[in-house]
Write a protein that binds this ligand. Sequence first.
Ligand SMILES: C[S@@+](CC[C@H](N)C(=O)[O-])C[C@H]1O[C@@H](n2cnc3c(N)ncnc32)[C@H](O)[C@@H]1O
Length: 198
Amino acid sequence: MSKMETNKIYHGNCVEKLREIEANKVDLIYFDPPFFTQRKHSLTNKDNSKTYEFDDKYSSTESYLTLIENVLEQSKRVLKNTGSVFLHCDKTASHHIRVVMDKIFGRENFQSEIIWSYKRWSNAKKGLLNAHQVIFFYSKTQDFKFNTIYTDYSVTTNLDQILQDRARDENGKSVYKKDENGNVIFGKEKKGVLLSDV
Ligand SMILES: C[S@@+](CC[C@H](N)C(=O)[O-])C[C@H]1O[C@@H](n2cnc3c(N)ncnc32)[C@H](O)[C@@H]1O
């Protein structure tokens, strides 16, 4: 087993490359596998001098999921107990992938289904426009490291309402707390809203 080096790119089959890495050493894995589109993808650079291709065709759902399962098994092995994995996919196979992730990481370690939503301007499809992809977030254990991020309140949020302390009246109804002169009491500064999964 080789020691995990930082800032190093390993070329090759990801399952084999992961096998070369020591167990319990990795903080975070972001996994952007083929999406099971059953197509060959090709992309050229700006001046058309280079073409990048990869084949996203598999003989069956099972053979595609075998790749996903093998990578996830190795991912779990190399992650620290405080580590997490983020797997990027789309509607083509997300329902299958989540079942595999539950199997490898355990349902109790499912943290979030992140929806990456974006704008598109097509009107060529019958039905709804596809405008999102999915990122599954699983931790290796319950003791996962997470740096909490807060975002701003929306412009329509009534900040006065949030900042004022509340109390229960004699009927158990939530009311603004008031001092002896009947003035509302302002509470501690609020941190903002937790970053959402969308
Ligand atoms: C959805 S693309 C991700 C592209 C990449 N994240 C990027 O932003 O350019 C999936 C990539 O996985 C690669 N791939 C497929 N099977 C693989 C394997 N067993 N080991 C390593 N890479 C693989 C494909 O060649 C392709 O480049």
